[in-house]
Unconditional design. Structure first.
Length: 353
């Protein structure tokens, strides 16, 4: 396969394909950059319309992971795994074991864990086969930590826009009430925020309405058009195109979904419209920080994770203040900061070659 024809290919260090006909495994792992350390990133189990879409997702998400690791201050590079879901052969233990065996063949260049479509039970199965699986030695579910990171990023954005990070009385529109969206909803709701939610799953909506009686429910198609202080995408990516930008009625975008912008130019359009877009890979880094914490020499320490995740607010404040001072889109500022960290590390390593 000619990777150069994919615009998402950004001089990735490694792209590997793992397949096993008997279990139904069809997967791809992309390692983007290891200047800061061995690559890490979740594995997504998802049904793609085309195989090429799965590869594009892995390439795009692994690049974002490189930048996420840099700004989160963890000693890892960016990677991503994708398992192509097939309704004719549902996810099974053999498939997960074969995938974990494939990860072992990379000899520690990539560690992985939970993402869309994988559960904590799936992680447990894979961890019995591979030592390169995150989330089975203390870290557990990543959703609550990812939500805390988004919450902290929101507070920094609120401070920038309104001069106060107070949650009470503010309106938050959350699209996607899964692992991240649900926990984010809880954090905002408990602090007096007015929450508007949307999800494609009726059972999830029913549970959310019971858990958060004051929540207002709208359809996924309508939620971008509601008047809110913060719009929070917590479902799948690619949500914002030109039409979506024009319909948005919130001054801040800050959510847990990856790759929220359909194309990079949308960041410039948001900036021109006066909408603050907190880069997704900065806001949702809490899950990453939690996942790699169990690999630290002293073992997993929840209090340390909590402290590091809350520091995401400091990173967002720096990005937004710089963006405001230089009249630049926040995403461009974040990318530059991340590249500076990555390149400095590469230069330091070159001194010892």
């Amino acid at each position: 396969m000619n990777l150069d024809k994919f615009s998402e290919f950004d001089n990735h260090e490694l792209v590997a394909f793992f397949n096993d006909r008997r279990s139904g495994l069809r997967s791809v792992v992309a390692v983007h950059n290891t200047n800061l350390g061995p690559a890490t990133g979740g594995t997504r189990y998802y049904s793609y319309a085309r195989d090429a879409d799965a590869l594009r997702d892995a390439l795009r998400l692994s690049r974002a992971m490189t930048y996420k690791c840099a700004l989160a201050g963890v000693p890892y590079g960016g990677g991503k795994g994708v398992i192509l879901a097939d309704t004719r052969m549902p996810k099974n233990a053999a498939l997960l074991r074969r995938y974990a065996e494939g990860i072992n063949k990379l000899n520690g260049r990539f560690s992985t864990g939970e993402d869309v479509g994988l559960t904590q039970n799936d992680i447990e199965i894979m961890s019995r086969v591979s030592p390169h699986i995150n989330g089975a030695r203390g870290a557990g579910e990543l959703g609550p930590w990812a939500a805390l990171g988004v919450f902290s990023a929101m507070q920094a954005a609120l401070q920038e826009v309104f001069g106060s990070d107070e949650i009470r009385g503010r309106i938050f529109a959350i699209k996607g009430l899964g692992k991240v969206g649900w926990n984010l909803c809880r954090l905002l709701y408990e602090r007096g925020g007015e929450v508007i939610g949307a999800d494609i799953n009726p059972r999830v909506l029913k549970s959310a309405q019971a858990a958060f009686p004051r929540m207002r429910i709208v359809s996924p198609a309508a939620i971008k058009r509601v008047k809110a202080d913060v719009y929070s995408p917590c479902a799948m990516g690619g949500e914002f195109d030109m039409a979506a930008v024009k319909s948005l009625r919130a001054p801040v975008i800050c959510g847990g979904a990856n790759n929220q912008l359909a194309q990079p130019s949308i960041a410039v359009q948001l900036h021109r419209c006066g909408i603050i877009y907190v880069p997704d890979y900065v806001a949702n880094a809490g899950g990453l920080i939690n996942a790699v914490a169990e690999r630290e020499s002293g073992g997993y320490k929840p209090k340390s994770v909590d402290r590091k995740v809350r520091r995401i607010a400091d990173v967002v404040r720096k990005i937004l203040s710089t963006a405001n001072r230089r009249s630049m889109p926040p995403g461009e500022v974040a990318d530059r900061l991340a590249r500076d960290i990555i390149n400095r590390r590469r230069e330091q390593r070159s001194l010892f070659v």
